[in-house]
Design a protein around this ligand. Sequence first.
Ligand SMILES: Nc1ncnc2c1ncn2[C@@H]1O[C@H](COP(=O)(O)OP(=O)(O)OP(=O)(O)O)[C@@H](O)[C@H]1O
Ligand SMILES: [Mg+2]
Length: 350
Amino acid sequence: MLTRLKLGQFRCFENFEAEFQPGLNLIIGPNAAGKTSLLEAACVMLRLQSPRTSKLGDIIRHEARGLVLDGYYGGAHLQFYYSPRRKKLALDSVEQSSAAEYLRLGKVVWFSNTDIALVLGSSEVRRRFMDFLAVQLHPAYRGALRNYERALRSRNLLLKSPTPRFKELQAFNEPLLESGKLLMAARQSFITALRPLAQLAHTAISGSRETLDAQYIPSCGSDFAAALESSRGEDLRLRQTTLGPHRDDLHLLLSNAPATLGSEGQQRTLALSLRLAAARLMEADTGKPPLLLLDDIFGELDLQRRAALLRELPPGAQQIVTTTQIEWLPQGLAANVLQMPPLQPATNAT
Ligand SMILES: Nc1ncnc2c1ncn2[C@@H]1O[C@H](COP(=O)(O)OP(=O)(O)OP(=O)(O)O)[C@@H](O)[C@H]1O
Ligand SMILES: [Mg+2]
């Protein structure tokens, strides 16, 4: 579990330190106090990735050069420094040349009040959801994703050049296919395992007989090599790689109809069920429940769903929950409470 976390130059914090307990931890404070930022810092320290942005530059405090996160998880000391020029990782004070061992430690599931974007947002949101979890479930996924993105960037650059040569384009097939096939297979197996767990969580939270379905839709069908070959003409015309895992999607259905047609409450419940299922899957995979980070999600749920969600969270999992109010909490619920002071407005020196 996460016991301590120190933030330096992270979002609104110049310096901030927090301690956490096993079980439920509540971060309470007014709007803009930095609650989501603190939760995000826990995620970035453990996963080297923010669930809010793909650009780590965004999370450095304005006008600072780099951020530092320093904390203890499962007894291990984790340190992460990031600036656009330099990245540094240390595990128990030993600098790491690769992130592999560091990332093996902390597993995280992030729940947010913006999760409805999983249903309503673009396919990129759903790919980020799949990638964030698959990286934690498949040891080779992170490397494959990086290799794929690198090869894709180079191929797209070549397609944008005035006269891309056939042989040069062909040279990207091997790295694209090798890493792309691994990503597709991992996504398929992960979604297949997630589906029944999401269905169970959905029934428990909604209390209805509505069915949930999640289907992985690879943009290139099952044969990436053939798709890459047959789309070359289109790629040259549009000057970009039109098919591949970077265009995959996850189709979400409620009682066999597209989830986009559901009510807002139904869509939120669906998104929540996917996150809960991810937590269950991770626990089944590693034997330990992941750290659950829940950003302001209870306010959006009715009483029955709030109680059902609290019941459904894996017992034994450490939970860090942000909220502006605690009135909704069931009486007698034991929790470690962290009260955040309102953010002090920056004062101009005179
Ligand atoms: N890179 C950054 N540098 C400095 N400040 C930032 C940066 N990114 C965000 N902020 C500021 O941090 C403050 C805290 O934001 P945060 O989202 O953590 O608040 P919150 O407590 O979760 O609020 P809410 O209850 O509204 O969700 C905001 O005023 C935001 O503008
Ligand atoms: Mg917030």
